[in-house]
Design a protein around this ligand. Structure first.
Ligand code: AGP
Length: 606
């Protein structure tokens, strides 16, 4: 994924670019770099590791030009080394930063090497620098150079380039990867998102796919894919200020877990009208048009989708399929009868989800986005938005965005069911009244930190861990496994409890931790039998549920008691121990909780 920045203006670029990169750190943190034209020379600083490494380097050796580009990397092609860090420089003439993947880079690299171009990195991106160097050596002006380079490359990209021969000019382009341009009187800035320029301006324009631009401090010419000058609207972006403050918590994740009562209350408000009636943000005729749904998402958002499917089918009787976003648009899905694609994404920038949404549009489906970042690509491109109001989520592990997504989905399920008559008013009202109690229940769940700490202490030595659940708690089990592995690097898998006997039970050996979510409803007795089978084979059984539910599992070694709630809403309350268990286990292991290895907050490469 990576984040890119470019600046041209009346200030020294170093602090501006570092400030922007700090706001883009959610996109990667393997390495970072900055290049500038300083006293007619292209200067470069790069460092492996988090942005703090680059900051330290630039403090010792500052860069003082008034034009520059910066990059924060999540490695795709080439290891995490300084030579693979961006910017890439060619002959001290041209520097580029790139987000995305140049899919035909191998062919281009071969062609350039045959013409004696020397490569210094293992990245796909470096071909861009060589293509620009070649274009400028041939005497091309910036616009012509850009067109020449764009004609050669295929794939997803947003890039920025600077050249010593045009020291006042930024050259940028995008296809599939996002790029925003910000303006004020004395400068222009480009970045992977508008938040990265919030310290300089709120006047922003977004490039569309295949757009490219030639930018100076006073002028910006944007061209579309047909090489015509394009007018792109300048909007006022209310970018949230960067939240550097952890409010006394040790990690953003810990803070974000605690923010969930508010995140859920705000999201419920967004799902109601001015009189407090549940509408899910859609009028009756829009709800009536939803006949069959495909829910598309990735990672944690996908598990929210799976829970949403249980809810929508049960409460509204509307058929739903869930699709992993990265699979959806490549497998020619049959859409006969499907009317609506709902894309769920915290960031609104996951490229898999964005591409899937575009594919759904091509297939003629109405698109709804359940998105947390209001000015994100998915939010801008979806036909309609059902917002989650979780506020900025900084920790890489999704917590409050997940529970807020669940709130939107349960509201949608109730609204659809009430609208089509599957749910009578009193049941709909009963469910909604119970939903209103969830922020309080989640507030009480914060006590679980103390209860779960000793379990996490034991879990930190595990090599593997299973998570089980039935019905609405099955996707939560999968989310539990994802959270544990991404934060603590312990291998974990989530299974439907009833599936254990079909294979996974072979994994059970003495001491294998098995976290099982149990409910009080008709599923309870079956879950007990499934767990008994695992216990008989030596599993270390940890149950999570309400007091009544866990009391049924008298053989469990550990019991995590969640506050009482309507059984169908249990995944929302049950998400809290999932998050706390993963957080505390990672804390015990000493891993990097807010920025776990190999991950990034927003995944903008396929
Ligand atoms: C969640 O903890 C993960 N870091 C990840 O699975 C995430 O949910 C996924 O990448 C989807 O992101 P999105 O919701 O921003 O599209």
């Amino acid at each position: 994924m990576c984040g890119i920045v470019g600046y041209v203006g009346n200030k020294a670029c170093q602090d501006v670019i570092l400030g922007s990169l700090e706001r883009l750190e959610y996109r990667g943190y393997d390495s970072s770099g900055i290049a500038s034209i300083d006293n007619d020379q292209l200067v470069l600083r790069r460092a492996v590791g988090k942005l703090s490494e680059l900051k330290a380097k630039t403090q010792l050796e500052p860069v003082s030009g008034r034009i520059g580009i910066g990059h924060i990397r999540w490695a795709t092609h080439g290891g995490v080394t300084e030579k693979n860090a961006h910017p890439h420089l060619v002959n001290g003439e041209v520097a580029i930063v790139h987000n995305g993947i140049i899919e035909n880079y191998a062919d281009l690299k071969k062609e350039l090497i045959e013409k004696d171009f020397l490569f210094n990195s293992d990245t796909d991106s470096e071909v861009l620098a060589h293509l620009f160097a070649r274009a400028f050596n041939e005497g091309l002006e910036p616009v012509a150079a850009l067109r020449t380079v764009l004609k050669k490359i295929e794939g997803a990209f947003a890039f920025a380039a600077i050249s010593k021969s045009h020291p006042e000019t930024l050259l940028v382009a995008r296809n599939a990867s996002p790029l925003a341009i910000g303006f004020s009187d004395e400068m222009a800035i480009v970045a992977s998102d508008a938040t990265a320029m919030a310290h300089l301006t709120s006047r922003v324009t977004y490039l569309k796919d295949n757009d490219y631009a030639v930018i100076t401090a006073k002028n910006c010419d944007i061209f579309d894919g047909n090489n015509e000058l394009a007018k792109r609207e300048i909007v006022q972006v209310k970018a949230a200020p960067i939240l550097l403050d952890k409010a006394g918590f040790r990690h953003y994740m810990e803070k974000e877990i605690h923010e969930q009562p508010d995140a859920i209350s705000h999201t419920i408000s967004a799902m109601t009208d001015v009189s407090g009636n549940l509408t899910a943000g859609l009028d009756s005729s829009s709800l009536s048009q939803i006949k069959q749904i495909v829910l598309v998402a990735a990672g944690t958002s996908f598990y929210a989708a799976q829970i949403g499917r249980y809810w929508i089918e049960r409460l509204a009787g509307i058929p739903v399929v869930c699709e992993i976003a990265s699979e959806y648009h490549y497998r020619n899905p049959a859409v006969n009868g499907y009317t609506t694609a709902i894309v769920i994404s915290q960031s609104g920038e996951s490229i898999d989800s964005l591409m899937a949404m575009r594919h759904a549009k091509i297939l003629g489906l109405e698109t709804l986005g359940i998105v947390n970042v209001a000015d994100s690509s998915i939010a801008r491109e979806a036909d309609r938005i059902l917002p989650t109001r979780a506020g900025p989520e900084i920790g890489v592990a999704s917590t409050k965005a997940f529970t807020a997504q669940l709130v939107v989905l349960i509201c949608l399920a109730i609204a659809l069911g009430k609208n089509n008559g599957r749910l009578d008013s009193s049941r709909a009202n009963h469910l909604f009244q119970n939903l209103l109690k969830i922020p309080g229940a989640i507030g009480k769940s914060m006590k679980l930190f103390d209860q779960i700490r000793p379990i996490a202490h034991r879990l930190k030595n595990a090599r593997s861990c299973l998570f089980l659940g039935r019905d609405v708690l099955f996707p939560l089990a999968c989310e539990g496994a994802l959270k544990l592995k991404e934060l603590s690097y312990i291998h974990a898998e989530g299974f439907a409890s009833g599936e254990m006997k079909h294979g996974p039970i072979a994994l059970v050996e003495d001491g294998l931790p098995i976290v099982s979510f149990v409910s009080e409803d008709e599923m309870a007795r079956k879950a007990v039998s499934n767990l008994k089978e695992a216990e008989a084979r030596g599993g270390y059984i940890i149950v999570v549920g309400t007091q009544t539910a866990v009391d049924m599992i008298d053989f469990a070694v550990e019991k995590i008691i969640i506050p009482n709630c309507e059984p169908i809403l249990a995944p929302i309350v049950g998400a809290i121990p999932v998050q706390i268990l993963a957080y505390l286990t990672a804390f015990e292991k000493g891993t990097d909780i807010d920025q776990p290895r190999n991950l990034a907050k927003s995944v903008t490469v396929e």
